[in-house]
Structure formats: structure tokens, C-alpha cells
Design a binder for this molecule. Structure first.
Ligand code: PGA
Ligand code: ZN
Length: 420
């Protein structure tokens, strides 16, 4: 057996930093005996699923309006660090299991999923560094060679923007026939053309949390028509070169069994909302709808999947929360055919990979995703390549915390496919 002694963790240290919304989050530094030193930082969502692992916040109104993460940091420095110092970083599964046991709750509420995830990510990165291989290669092995197709959120609504859209995300998805760098170039051209088209229509071109434009619209459908116009004006063919995708984040506008679309002043039941999606799918080249129904509306999800699951990708985010048990339950009930994967919904790298593995087993497409509150950490780019996922969602091609993920993928693409 090769001796991995130098991969022993010598120190783990957490600090408070800021995310892209200016809220505190954790940066974890991991040091190995060999001299390796790496860091990882933790994202944070706004449209958070009810069953997500718990993000521990201080709730001390005197600091950062209650959003400080000093408790989570103390949990890393005083509880987690002593427990895993001396462990070999290459034993990711063992370390993640230790973290889960140390917490002991089903939703990581004792130590905080933010504390646990930061450590789990930092340990993985340290192991890759120790072995002298890229993170995607470490996590995925020699089979990891797929650069995912980006789903770029070019118009922001819902809780990600201060405009009037009920739906949270309007995305463009370039054809899989292009290479990643071509996909990105085409999408950037459409994104800039969209800005021009919006300006011509006297709409503001300020951007929301994920870098998409955040104007007011006449209806929840209007962004689809305007994106179509922009694709054509940029010289591309909708339905051939580029497709559309939505993340309704419907849990956010579902109250007392009804979907409340404020923009159109409608109170809809599941069947009526389904008809709207059906109508849009017939009129636009929509290939994917995420969280079209609320996490609590299982009946809605079932009819959605039954009626439209043959035509489009139906993605579960809030309803599955990257949780294998929840995904299994959804699969058995005939809910969705794809799953959004967010590290911080479950809280460790190992559990995330297990959820992805299970998704492949049941034929659900896994889609790696950022959060609306992000950092400059590019872990998810490597994770997407490692797991050979077909798609990555990491916002518009704007704002450093989004663009760094795309830039990392450009680098990986050149490393995998073009290096002579
Ligand atoms: P969140 O949004 O990070 O605010 O949860 C992303 C999503 O819903 O996909
Ligand atoms: Zn979502």
C-alpha cells in the first residue's frame, strides 16, 4: 500500500467572509502535513427548500442584521477541527461520515450544514492538491471528461430580483452540438443582444442576484418572447442553436393550495398552472422546467411529470434538495425526470456524489447548480466535470462569482480536450 501519510490534516480553520449579496459566509482553510494549504467557501440560497440541510446563522441582530456565522465558525474551529485533525484527506468518505456523526441530526442543524460543507469541500480540494491532480480528476477519475452545457439565467425574477416577475429564472441553453467555449460565446452574444433589445423597449437593464436582467414586464410570458427576439437578432435560430429553460421556484408563490401569480393577478390551481406551461411549451423551444410546482404540491408534480415528462426535462430542486432519500421517494411517486444538485442542500461532498450516482441509476439527469448567494469558489465547475453531468446552472455571464465558474470550465475544457 502506498503511504499517504503526508495527506494527514494538520489544521482546519474557518473565517467569516462575504458572499455575493454581501452576507457573511464561511471560508475554510485546510492544511496538510505535507505542506498543502487550500481553501473553500460556502454558498447560500434565497429560495430555500423546506427540507434543505440547515444553514446556521447567529441571529444576533447586532451583527450583520442577524446573518453572522460566528457560531458555525466556532463549530469548525472548536468541534470539527479537533475531530478530524490527523485524518488523511484522501479518505473523503470517512471524513464526511465523521462530520455527519459529529453533528448527529438529520438536517445538520447542530453544527450547521454551512460549517460541515466548507470542511468537506476543503478536504477534497486538499486531497487533490496533495495528489497533484486537478479537483475534477480527483473527484471523477479518468472517466471525467464531459464539460457540461451551461444553462444561463438571463432574466431574473422572484426573490432574486426587485421586479414584478413571479417566476424566478428565464434561462438560455445552447445546443449540445457546440463545444463548451462555443456555447459560452453564443450565449454571451445573446446576453448582450438581450440588453439592447430590453433598452429599446424602454426596460431597465439592471441585473439581479444571478446576473440576469431584472426589468418589469407586462406578463410572465413576455420575457420568453423577448429572449426569442434576442436570439434571432444575435444571428441564431431558436430551437436549433439555443433553447429556453425556466426555474419557476413555484414554492415561493404557492400559498394555501393555490399558485398566486401577482403579475397577472391570478389565483391558479395545479391544473390551471399546468395549462400555462403546456401553452408555453407549444409556443417556445422550452426544453426544461425546474420547480414548476411547489415542494408541497405532490399531486401537481405528478400530473406535471405525467403530462409533460415525455416532452421536456422536469427538474426537481426544492422537492429533492439533493437528498437521496427524497429523490428515491419522488422517483417512486413518478415525480420529475431530472434533479438539481446543490452541495449545500445536503452538506457533504460524499452525500452529493451519492445523490448524483443514484440519479444516474434511476435515469434522472443530474444538473449541478450554484446558489443565488455565491463566492469566488469554483468547486461546482470541477464537480460538474467529475460527475459527467449534462448541464450546469451558474447564472448569467456576468458578475465575478458567476463568471469564475464559467472561466474555470473554459480552463478545464482546454486542459482535457485541447492540450497538446
Ligand atoms: P437559490 O436559487 O440559490 O436562491 O435557492 C437557485 C435555485 O432555485 O435554483
Ligand atoms: Zn431552483
Amino acid at each position: 500500500m502506498k503511504n499517504f501519510n503526508g495527506s494527514k490534516i494538520s489544521q482546519i480553520y474557518a473565517r467569516e467572509i462575504l458572499d455575493s449579496r454581501g452576507n457573511p459566509t464561511l471560508e475554510i482553510r485546510c492544511y496538510l502535513e505535507s505542506g498543502v494549504e487550500v481553501s473553500a467557501s460556502v454558498p447560500s440560497g434565497a429560495s430555500v427548500g423546506q427540507y434543505e440541510a440547515l444553514e446556521l446563522r447567529d441571529n444576533d441582530s447586532k451583527r450583520y442584521l442577524g446573518k453572522g456565522v460566528l457560531k458555525a465558525i466556532e463549530n469548525v474551529n472548536k468541534i470539527i477541527a479537533p475531530a478530524i485533525i490527523g485524518e488523511e484527506a484522501i479518505n473523503q468518505k470517512k471524513i464526511d461520515q465523521l462530520l455527519v456523526e459529529l453533528d448527529g441530526t438529520s438536517n445538520k442543524s447542530k453544527l450547521g450544514a454551512n460549517a460541515i460543507l466548507g470542511v468537506s469541500m476543503a478536504v477534497a480540494r486538499a486531497a487533490a492538491e496533495f495528489l497533484g491532480i486537478p479537483l475534477y480528476r480527483y473527484l471523477g477519475g479518468i472517466i471525467a471528461n464531459t464539460i457540461p452545457t451551461p444553462m444561463l439565467n438571463v432574466i431574473n425574477g422572484g426573490v432574486h430580483a426587485s421586479n414584478n416577475l413571479d417566476l424566478q429564472e428565464y434561462m438560455i441553453v445552447p445546443s449540445t452540438s457546440f463545444s463548451f467555449s462555443e456555447q459560452l460565446r453564443i450565449s454571451v452574444e445573446v446576453y448582450h443582444t438581450l440588453k439592447k433589445v430590453l433598452a429599446e423597449k424602454n426596460k431597465i437593464t439592471a441585473i439581479g442576484d444571478e446576473g440576469g436582467y431584472s426589468a418589469d414586464f407586462a406578463s410572465n410570458e413576455e420575457p420568453l418572447a423577448i429572449i426569442m427576439e434576442s436570439i434571432e437578432r444575435a444571428g441564431y435560430e431558436p430551437g436549433k442553436d439555443l433553447f429556453l429553460a425556466l426555474d419557476s421556484a413555484a414554492s415561493e408563490f404557492y400559498h394555501d393550495g393555490k399558485y398566486h401569480l401577482k403579475l397577472s393577478d391570478e389565483l391558479l390551481d395545479s391544473e390551471e398552472l399546468l395549462r400555462i406551461y403546456e401553452d408555453w411549451i407549444n409556443n417556445y423551444p422550452i426544453i426544461s422546467i425546474e420547480d414548476g410546482f411547489a415542494e408541497g404540491d405532490e399531486l401537481g408534480w405528478k400530473i406535471f411529470t405525467k403530462e409533460l415528462g415525455e416532452k421536456i426535462q422536469i427538474v426537481g430542486d426544492d422537492i429533492f434538495v439533493t437528498n437521496l432519500a427524497r429523490l428515491r421517494r419522488g422517483y417512486e411517486q413518478g415525480i420529475a425526470n431530472a434533479v438539481l444538485i446543490k452541495l449545500n442542500q445536503i452538506g457533504t461532498v460524499t452525500e452529493t456524489l451519492q445523490c448524483i450516482k443514484y440519479a444516474y441509476e434511476i435515469g434522472y439527469k443530474p444538473i449541478i447548480s450554484h446558489r443565488s448567494g455565491e463566492t469566488e469558489d469554483t468547486f461546482i465547475s470541477d464537480l460538474a466535470v467529475a460527475a459527467n453531468v449534462p448541464y450546469i446552472k451558474t447564472g448569467a455571464p456576468a458578475r465575478g462569482e458567476r463568471v469564475c465558474k464559467y472561466n474555470r470550465l473554459l480552463f478545464i475544457e482546454s486542459e482535457i480536450h485541447w492540450r497538446k
